[in-house]
Design a protein around this ligand. Structure first.
Ligand code: ATP
Length: 237
């Protein structure tokens, strides 16, 4: 089992002396091509479990490590906006839309840290499939100095038991088993959030739409209306 190792982190604990509680802000990055109930439900459960003040969805521009998204960043961001409407804790963060070009999460997190003037604790929400590949990301080790990681399980991806060695070593002293630990340190912890397993992927949604099949109940109706109105994913638009 994982051990509670907060106290074993010498370079952390910058908030520990203050004992004050800074708000936790969730950051959920992704291509969101398109956003679906897998993302939305997990986001809702995490917001509740770790008492997030807000959760920011950050649609990525051109990801460096995967093929180009099917829909433009503007469309993907518009679908996120529609999908999160009515949830007062969910926010669309368009910084990667404005930045253009290749998206690096580390840049967004650096910016967010600056904007929050250290008065918030950033929690980066990431699926187990994506976390497994973290060591391929640009400046990945720096991320541990900027945010905590909130890992969500995903059907078909066994986590942690078989992390790549580099990542396993980096995380060795960082695992925490209680969401409460996240409040007392500014960054650098890794928490596996208990969430409902939903086997929904954007890939399946795109394939269904292209094949003229229904994707109803896999994502919000209003978001589907937007996709239909703009002929996205149909192979025509
Ligand atoms: P694609 O099928 O195009 O690869 P996706 O459905 O995996 O897309 P992304 O936008 O790539 O969606 O995912 C953004 C983040 O959300 C990633 O960290 C990913 O692991 C996570 N995620 C996506 N779908 C789920 C799901 N059903 N359950 C839990 N996490 C998910």
């Amino acid at each position: 089992g994982r051990q509670e190792t907060v106290s074993a982190l010498p370079h952390l604990g910058s908030f520990q002396s203050m004992r004050s509680e800074f708000p936790l802000i969730g950051i959920f990055g992704g291509t969101f091509d398109p956003i679906h109930y897998g993302h939305l439900r997990v986001a809702e459960e995490i917001a509740e479990t770790i008492s997030l003040r807000e959760l920011r969805f950050v649609p990525a521009g051109v990801p460096r490590l995967r093929c180009a998204p099917a829909a433009s960043l503007q469309h993907r961001a518009a679908i996120v906006r529609i999908a999160i409407r009515g949830n007062s804790r969910f926010v669309l963060d368009e910084r990667e839309v404005r930045r253009h070009g290749v998206s690096y999460s580390v840049e967004s997190l650096r910016e967010l840290r600056r904007e929050m003037r250290e008065r918030a604790i950033l929690c980066f929400v990431i699926g187990a499939d994506a976390f497994m590949k973290l060591a391929e990301w640009h400046s990945w080790r720096e991320l541990f100095g900027l945010c905590h990681f909130i890992i969500v399980a995903r059907p078909g991806y066994a986590l942690a038991s078989n992390l790549p060695q580099e990542l396993e070593e980096e995380c060795a002293q960082r695992w925490v088993s209680s969401a409460d630990s996240l409040k007392y340190t500014s960054s650098g912890l890794v928490f596996i959030a208990p969430t409902t397993l939903l086997d929904i992927s954007a890939t399946t949604i795109r394939a269904h739409i292209a094949a003229g099949k229904s994707v109803r109940y896999l994502m919000p109706d209003e978001a589907l209306d937007y996709i239909a109105a703009n002929h996205l994913y149909s192979g025509e638009g």
